[in-house]
Design a protein around this ligand. Sequence first.
Ligand code: DAH
Length: 362
Amino acid sequence: MSDDLTLLRDETLSALTAATDLKGWDAVRVAALGRNGRLTQLLKGLGGVAPEARKERGAALNRLKAELEAVLEARRGELDAAALDARLANERVDITLPPRPEPRGSIHPISRTMEEIAAIFGAMGFGLAEGPDIEDDWMNFGALNIPAHHPARQDMDTFYMPGERGGRRLVLRTHTSPVQARTMLSEAPPIRKICMGRTYRADHDATHSPMFHQCEGLAIDRAIHLGHLKGCVVDFLRSFFGIASLPVRFRSSYFPFTEPSMEVDIGWNRKTGELGAGGDWLEIMGSGMVHPKVLANCGIDPRDWQGFAFGMGIERIAMLKLGIPDLRPFYDADLRWLGHYGFSPLAPAMLHEGLASGGGAA
Ligand code: DAH
């Protein structure tokens, strides 16, 4: 190779080694092989070379061109790989770092309580049922053996709605019990369902809200008896409150839709508010064996089937468990209150495994 070609080769190769990015690489390529590059110029000048030297000179130029192209190509591959490595290192995301800003939302204590109720009854074999907030008065009252003019209709301070459905007056459901009726009308027994949702009564003071939440339970089978009801309810309450020895008392009562009916009380200390000890009793839910008339109203033959039902206020048990003193802030959407009483979406469930032993339902 003539000296000028050796020089061009050496200079190009060392410039290429010195190029650390694609921009530098391209400058080297253009300087040698671009339209006005040094090698291109030499090839263009081949016509001026003496004819006897032209062939050899041409061959040398072409060899150098092929060599430089190959070296450029290889260097390009190295720089591409280095650029990719740098990007991967640069854009690496450590997914174990906590998110910024810290998440501010939290799970509302009502939602959290409903999740826990569903988990405990779920472990006992109860599924979830749903019904509409706007009911007709037959579902809300009639099917449940609460005839027109029955005092319970006044007791519940019903919100009547304008309009009617199939000749029946529309109401905001005053309890979740109409979902019992809907479930029996739409499903063949055996049935094990709970329903949780909003309920409405025209009542508003420190301990009552016109909208609140209830949980309803229903179990229908051929041989369900009061012992099953008691087992289920006791297991639920002990599991929910996390107190294995929580005293539970069943007190004879009256509901139109159950016979016999029982109010359920748990043991607590009225002075300190502590649950589980103290010798006082706190009413917590209503329950009973589903009235034969209710079964018949909902298309289930009471000679073949029987069952139990219960109903409770979700705010009430949430307040007791979580030590929340006032009902009204539940619905204020106050971020400070939610920050204090809300739950992290990632917090482990406060379930007391092993307490929900499978319930009393056969
Ligand atoms: N529906 C009743 C209420 O709102 C609660 C209740 C009591 C539901 C007894 C039941 C039950 O299923 O058996 O006060």
